[in-house]
Design a protein around this ligand. Structure first.
Ligand code: NAP
Length: 253
């Protein structure tokens, strides 16, 4: 028997903090199961992929803003299914939920630490350390996103191919080239991209998931060095689930 067939108590209205494929998948599942859910997106990218059901877009205005929203919308459960590196909104959710005594569930996709090649990669504690680990003559594919570019300015004299979802709104160093693209990125396309630009170093963060994992396999095939930024540690911040079924069980159990 699936969760959708089981007679379980329904949670009250759920706020689903999203912006990820996992959040969209969970939103679809909650809507299908008749659970009242409102998904929240930051509004950072143009043309965001929209989840099923009710959606709101834009920041809440910090902890107080989120608390106001939780009260005004009579939210009874919050699920934080934001990206593993979206640490600000996750911290806000922890504090706001604690203050108004609303249960918080964290939905986090597994990282790439269990990837078969993980032991061969250079693991950096943060983006600055990842930048510092790059060799002087490297040709870099940088895939850590627009907000982290400032941490890589020591690479301003190196050939850096910066993959971004939208065109950068600011000028890049002369030796940097933007590659505007939106995932998922498959192995074949990643291999072509790395070959075309003669990339020898890939910098990524430990986002996990399948949608952006093709570059890791392409890097292995082409002997491209991989530098991975470790993800923030949210251990103990909230009960954590990794699948829709686990999330449903937590919400309805
Ligand atoms: P962040 O640094 O943790 O959040 C910055 C601010 O953006 C938050 O303080 C909040 O503003 C607002 N915000 C973030 N997520 C929100 C949401 N789901 N709903 C409403 N407001 C939100 O987040 P970020 O790293 O910029 O990521 C922004 C969004 O993009 C997240 O929803 C995340 O899931 C998604 N995303 C992020 C990455 C990444 O690599 N970081 C990758 C893919 C997708 P207020 O303080 O005003 O409430």
């Amino acid at each position: 028997m699936s969760f959708s067939q089981m007679q379980l108590p329904r949670p009250g209205r759920v706020l689903l903090l999203g912006g990820t494929a996992e959040a969209r998948s969970l939103a679809a599942r909650l809507v299908e199961d008749g659970i009242a859910v409102i998904s929240s997106l930051a509004g950072r990218v143009n043309r965001p992929a929209l989840p099923c059901g009710e959606v709101r877009i834009g920041g809440f205005g910090g902890i107080d803003g989120l608390i106001d929203f939780l009260r005004a919308d009579r939210i009874e459960y919050v699920v934080d299914a934001t990206h593993p590196f979206a640490s600000q909104i996750s911290a806000t959710a922890v504090t706001a939920c604690a203050r108004v005594a609303i249960p918080l569930l964290r939905y986090e996709r597994p990282g790439w630490i269990s990837h078969p090649d993980a032991a061969m990669w250079t693991w950096a504690p943060d983006h600055l350390a990842a930048a510092a680990a790059v060799a002087p003559d490297a040709r870099v594919l940088l895939t850590t996103g627009r907000q982290t570019l400032g941490d890589f300015k020591i690479l301003a004299d190196r050939a850096v191919f910066v993959r971004l979802v939208d065109q950068p709104a600011f000028s890049l160093p002369p030796t940097w080239s933007p590659i505007v693209a939106r995932g998922p990125y498959d192995l074949v396309a990643e291999r072509v991209l790395m070959q075309e630009h003669r990339v020898d170093t890939l910098i990524t963060k430990d986002s996990g998931g399948a949608m952006t994992a093709g570059k890791l396999d392409a890097a292995r095939e082409l002997s491209v060095r991989v530098i991975v930024v470790r993800r923030p540690d949210y251990a103990d911040s909230a009960p954590t689930v990794r699948t829709n079924d686990e999330a449903l069980a937590a919400l309805t159990g």
